[in-house]
Write a protein that binds this ligand. Structure first.
Ligand code: MGD
Ligand code: MGD
Ligand code: SF4
Ligand code: MO
Length: 674
């Protein structure tokens, strides 16, 4: 066979959603390259995905269904056939459903962002069976809900327009690690004279390449935003016309901001008041001014309120008037995705519903039946996720998955920490082996992913597994017979699907300066600062900090954050040897002053601990961490940890103020030699 090139899309949970060209020779994926014609990709992939064939052809790919043959969590399995596995799974689910289908729980997230291999047939299946609904909050729900409360939808600036910005605030984001193609744009702006400011507790590789870095304490962004507003008001750096015509709730927000002079905020944020004053001056006087906000700053109790406050800033100065001004947190709301057609919530039977929050899966799996909770969870079906590694408060998550009476099915490409606890592990195809379509939360293009190679071994797409289970449970609705291509063809409103398949991607028409004259997608077209259901946003302090919980801080004085490592994507890629060797081993970074105070030296094995648990790893003494804050980059697989744990051993299940999100970076610990 001659080499051919196939249009693929990166499936990972990354705002860049790259278009990929896969070169296939004799049925083997020989090479992956960034599509040079797709503007956001611009011919480049990150290091992780440039090595995609290493992941696809990894010697440890799961290639056959497996059935547990040892105690839960032992990782002992025997090979079984698909028919035997699916017949047994269908019978078990049927028997639970006949008593109470709410005892069945799907658990899935963004292992693939594909709309077909994500929530299409799977969602239809769980709706039809009447399973508990999963509240998918673990990543972006605080910020997403807050953004939509302010602007009406998850919408913002066009990423490509940052090229012409003169001031860029990179806020709660390590763009080089997690939003590489945005960083390329920011660098072009920098070369053209733009000033770059990074707002992040850690001196990341991004922070050190910006002109200024404000290393605030975790969870204090709301106070910083209010103090910036204070300065905008005091110096009359406001766009009164924009506020008047395009916003609601300014009097309430103004009153709130006037209580936050820079000195007050500086004490809360662990910054100098002059740093705040100077940032306010820059934000008011350098035009166009743009904010690249990311989800890193909303994984704390006040994450939702903080996003609402930051989202108000470009309305105060009228930054939106310019195509290169405004704010981008998520562009997801621009995509014309037909969710209801994909997921078919209309298939839900009438009767009592139960919603389980994925961020508190530890509590959910360990909860007994009760009037409040409903039936104990009896079966969990995991796909596109690795909860034992990524969900907070691992002690409880592991205790839940270790229940001998919990029936657990895991659809996976690899033997993850979660797969170790399965009753059945079902081998899943990778992106090169199945069909999908994608929208993006970082740009305004839609993509197609054509299968490049045949499935390896006996691996099957998620859709094939749920289609088969639906048939075994006797679900005859036509939507269960739709092929992956048919689902993809109906996933978007008003898109030329043939064109999408021919080119590999299509651009969604979005105006260059979407809110230059207001027109937010709220009911009255105005940005909302004090909507009826939420009121005005205030500074909501962390659950766990020296200021908000002094007694806890006396025992656990260090704030711990665990943001993404550059060469992993959440817990994906941790098992790809070449990428793992770049990251080295699990580490906790600590400032030299904190290390000296504890008599700890670089390279020793330490334990980071609090009332929830203990995490052991090696210490890196470095001024990347600011005093009072330690950093454990993640998300490592537990099985690579020195004591079989990762950073989530110490994170908690408390939820964000808005959106019921996880609070990974709201976490006090003490660190001592192990
Ligand atoms: N290489 C790589 N890329 C990724 C990911 C990955 O794991 N690896 N994850 C993907 C996913 S799931 C997502 S959701 C996106 C975005 O994922 P995010 O979680 O937004 O990741 P980052 O962009 O690294 O931003 C996190 C930054 O926020 C900082 N931070 C922590 N707490 C605070 C705080 O309270 N305030 C402020 N201002 N900053 C804080 C951290 O130090 C870190 O540098 O990235 C995606 N891209
Ligand atoms: N401490 C700490 N914890 C965190 C975070 C943090 O910053 N700090 N970040 C959080 C965030 S932002 C997120 S989004 C979550 C992410 O959590 P998850 O969405 O669970 O992401 P991954 O860890 O990448 O796990 C995805 C799994 O899906 C599998 N997979 C990929 N494609 C397919 C497929 O087509 N079919 C099937 N069946 N499986 C597939 C992959 O092999 C992988 O094991 O983690 C959260 N956890
Ligand atoms: S992980 Fe992000 S940067 Fe890397 S290829 Fe995928 S979309 Fe592009
Ligand atoms: Mo995420």
């Amino acid at each position: 066979m001659n080499p051919r090139t196939v249009h693929c899309a990166c499936p990972h949970d990354c705002p860049d959603t790259c278009a990929i060209r896969v070169t296939v020779e004799d049925g083997v994926a020989a090479r992956v390259q960034g599509d040079p014609d797709h503007p956001p990709t611009n011919g480049a992939l990150c290091t992780k995905v440039a090595r995609y064939t290493e992941r696809v052809y990894h010697p440890e790919r799961l290639l056959h269904p497996l059935k547990r043959s040892g105690p839960k969590g032992s990782g002992r399995f025997e090979r079984v056939g698909w028919n035997e596995a699916l017949a047994d799974i269908a019978a078990r689910l049927q028997s639970i459903a006949s008593r109470d289908p709410r005892a069945i729980l799907p658990y899935s997230y963004a292992g693939t962002m594909g709309l077909v291999q994500g929530e299409s047939i799977a969602a239809r299946f769980f709706h039809r069976i009447g399973a508990s609904l999963l509240d998918r909050t673990i990543c972006a729900n605080a910020g997403g809900t807050a953004l939509a409360a302010t602007y009406g939808k998850k919408v913002g600036m066009l990423a490509e327009n940052f090229r012409d910005s003169r001031l860029i605030l990179i806020w709660g984001s390590n763009s080089i690690a997690s939003n590489l193609h945005f960083w390329t744009i920011a660098q072009a702006a920098k070369r053209a004279g733009a000033k770059l400011v990074c707002i992040d507790p850690r001196r990341t590789e991004t922070a050190e390449k910006c002109h200024e870095h404000l290393a605030l304490l975790p969870g204090t962004d709301g106070a910083l935003a209010l103090a910036l507003m204070h300065e905008l008001i005091e110096n009359d750096w406001l766009d009164h016309d924009y506020l008047e015509r395009h916003t609601d709730g300014w009097p309430e927000l103004r009153a709130e901001a006037l209580a936050w002079d820079p000195a007050r905020a500086a004490a809360v944020c662990g910054l100098e008041a002059d740093q705040i004053r100077s940032l306010a001056r820059d934000y008011a006087t350098i035009r166009p001014a743009a904010i690249r906000l990311n989800y890193g700053m909303q994984r704390v109790r006040g994450g939702g309120s903080a996003v609402r406050l930051v989202a108000a800033l470009p309305c105060l100065t009228g930054a939106w008037r310019d195509p290169a001004g405004g704010l981008l947190l998520s562009a997801g709301g621009w995509a014309p995705v037909r969710r209801a057609a994909l997921e078919r919530p209309d298939l839900l039977p009438t009767g009592p519903r139960r919603v389980i929050n994925m961020s508190t899966i530890g509590d959910a799996l360990t909860a007994p039946s009760s009037a409040d909770f409903g039936p104990a969870v009896e079966a969990v079906i995991v796909y596109n996720s690795n909860p034992i590694a990524v969900a907070p408060d691992s002690g409880k998550v592991v205790a839940g998955f270790a229940r001998e009476d919990l029936f657990t099915v895991v659809l996976e490409q690899f033997q993850t920490d979660t797969a170790d606890f399965a009753d059945y592990v079902l081998p899943a195809t990778t992106q090169l082996e199945h069909f999908d379509v994608h929208s993006s939360y970082g740009h305004h293009y839609l993509l197609v992913n054509e299968p490049a190679i045949a499935p390896l071994g006996e691996a099957r797409p998620n859709t094939a597994v749920f289609r088969d289970l639906a048939a075994r449970l006797g679900f005859t609705e036509p939507c269960f017979a739709e092929t992956d291509e048919e689902i993809g063809a109906s996933a978007f409103e008003g898109i030329d699907f043939a064109e999408l398949r021919r080119v590999g991607w299509v651009r969604i028409p979005v105006p260059a300066a979407p809110f230059s004259d207001g027109g937010f997608p709220t009911p009255n077209g105005r940005a909302q600062f004090a909507p009826a259901d939420l009121g005005v946003a205030t500074y909501v302090p962390p659950y766990e900090s020296r200021q908000s919980a002094p007694e806890l801080a006396a025992r656990y004085p260090l704030a711990m954050i665990s943001p993404p490592a550059r060469h992993f994507l959440n817990s994906s890629f941790v098992n790809v040897t070449s990428l793992r060797s770049i990251e080295g081993e699990p580490l906790i970074e600590m400032h030299p002053s904190d290390a000296a105070a504890r008599g700890l030296s670089d390279g020793v094995v330490v334990r980071a601990y609090n009332d929830r648990g203990e995490y052991r790893c090696r210490l890196a003494v470095t001024d990347r961490a600011r005093p009072g804050v330690v950093v454990g980059l993640g998300v490592w697989w537990r099985k690579f940890g020195v004591a079989g744990t990762n950073a989530n051993e110490v994170t908690g299940q408390a939820l964000t103020d808005i959106g019921r999100g996880a609070t990974f970076y709201d976490c006090l610990v003490e660190v001592a030699a192990a």
